[in-house]
Design a protein around this ligand. Sequence first.
Ligand SMILES: [Zn+2]
Length: 523
Amino acid sequence: MQFIQPDDKNTDDHTVVQITLPKPIAPGASVEFHIVFHDVLPKVVERTGYAHDFDMVGQWFPKVGVWWKNAWNCHQFHANTEFFADFGTFDVKITVPQNEIVGAGGDLVSSATNPDGTKTLTYHSEDVHDFSWTASPSFTVVEDSWTGSQGPVKIHLLISPGHESSSQRYIKAAKGSLQLFDEWYGPYPYDRLTMVDPPHGGADAGGMEYPTLITLGTGVHMPQGVLAPEVVTEHEFGHQYWYGMVATNEFEEAWLDEGINSYTEVKVMDALYGKNTSVLNFPFAQMGESGLQQIGYLADPAKDPISRFAWLFYNNNSYGGITYSKTATMLLTLEKVIGEDTLRQALHTYFMRYRFTHPTGEDFLKTIEEVSGKDLHWYFNQAVYGTQVLDYSLADAHSDPLKWWDAAAHDSKKSDKDEIYRTYVTVVRKGDFQFPVDLEVKFEDHTTATEHWDGQDRWVRYHYDRKTKIESAQIDAHNQITMDRDYFNNSYIEDANPRAAHKLRNIWVFASEWLSQLLAWLT
Ligand SMILES: [Zn+2]
């Protein structure tokens, strides 16, 4: 047995072990390992450990690497990387004091009390690639159930003291997510979902996914208008599909889990809680999920491509912003090219075809091309494999009398009904990302003009000769190009108040910083 460092040759790294067998395993033969290990839980850090009487037991046993693409795929533990493990069956016996309330990622098969004041619980779990559990004598247990296309699912919610008021918010978000994933992407095949609400002081155990067990997070006085308990429930539940069942290699292609999961978070949260109110919903302040993802992406959009290995990102912020939010944002923008329904169908096909198989990014992108019937290389080369930033700007818009030299023609005493104005509208591509852009021009007489520009050149200029002047011009009027770095330069309004725009921009910057904190907390 020896430690190996396949990623960086750092010989101080003892997170991967290689075992050389005395003789090779013949084709069709098998070998059985008995591994004795001990583990000491830390104080809660990075989603595992203890806080007071609460234990969250995750990442606690040696995992077997994945035989993938004809080789062992087994990466070192890095600060930014998440998981890759193979499917199997877990039979787990847990012995704890009798007063502990336990939740685990498996079905409880039996429970026996021991003479020494402990009890031994036996769990069984199939078609999963990890097993985690939690224990605390202070949990309140909330039982519920939901029935989908594959039958009933038992919901066990373990609530920490003081958080009872969030129980039904968690349950409603979980059932809504189960329902929409079942309808849109495919069935949830397990018969249980355990949801763990960490106590005050143990919040670092929250916002985490394991097969059929997720950890959440709330506060004692969580305002109804802050949808943090709902967002975390939906997000961690969504991982049951992309991390749990599709199970891509998160060391090498983290975006296939966290990124697709952030996109489905937008779709599910918006459907359940409203497009503009799915993150914040106060009379004085509202925000939807796509805005949240845009903020995450735009914090640092140009240092790393989505496709980079997770531990090679510029830093933690770039990893989070690109892997989660850029992926969500580029899929939202892709809706404009192939349609929202087609992208939903592509995700359904991808899930049904590749669940339990560890597919790659190429498999995902090919499925989108296949289902949409479109060649999308031009888009993926920029959005997935590139670092180009998208920014189209309405550079100039104005109307002048066509016969500007003819003073009589625009004499103010004379009726100007016959006066013809030439209107120019100029759109500039400020970024290196090329994407088709729609332009909408409105005139004072309520007539309009619409243009579709392929967005390839650096700029385009349109002109109109009409008996009316321009009132406004707008590119991407329905805000579908969510990758656009700057929405503030997308429109021109005659007599606009520049101070209002400036003030709005300040509020946007403030909200961005606050919300990116919320986003950084999800794992
Ligand atoms: Zn996540």
